[in-house]
Design a protein. Structure first.
Length: 151
């Protein structure tokens, strides 16, 4: 009986440590942005997608521009608003950074849009802050935002 109690306490402690670590990861705000037309590269974890990666498993297609930069930015913001669960944390003329919060576990995912005026494309990057896998959530979000943006 004593051994079962000790094992249970050890398991509870390990689970608490694991959740504490995930909570700590989730609270860390990464340094993101763009430089020379490039968004920050994705980490090695399989929990993100980008239009600017060489990793085929993480690659997604850029979006075409609307009529001009202002219309493109507005269409992006409309898509984000339609998706819901997001907060705009940084906005520039050619860049938008949004944090999406998952409804159940409250995980934070950083999403960036870079408007490449020369190529007339919108580059996209989305990556989870916590954990190793996102169960495909960032790719699903990209697909949903792409549908909203195309409307």
């Amino acid at each position: 009986m004593k051994i079962l109690i000790i094992i249970a306490l050890v398991l509870v402690t390990l689970i608490a440590i694991a959740f504490g670590f995930i909570y700590w990861q989730n609270s860390q705000v990464p340094e993101l942005g763009h430089q020379g037309g490039q968004l920050t590269p994705l980490s090695d974890n399989p929990n993100g997608v980008s239009t600017q990666t060489d990793n085929a498993g993480k690659a997604v297609a850029p979006w075409p521009f609307k009529s001009d930069r202002a219309a493109t930015m507005q269409a992006i913001k409309n898509a984000v608003a339609a998706h819901g669960g997001a907060e705009i944390v940084r906005e520039e003329e050619d860049y938008l950074r949004v944090v999406f919060v998952t409804p159940k576990m409250r995980f934070r995912d950083d999403v960036e849009f870079y408007l490449d005026q020369t190529a007339r494309q919108v580059h996209f990057r989305s990556e989870s802050r916590a954990g190793k896998s996102d169960m495909g959530l960032n790719r699903q979000r990209y697909e949903q935002l792409t549908t909203e943006y195309a409307r």
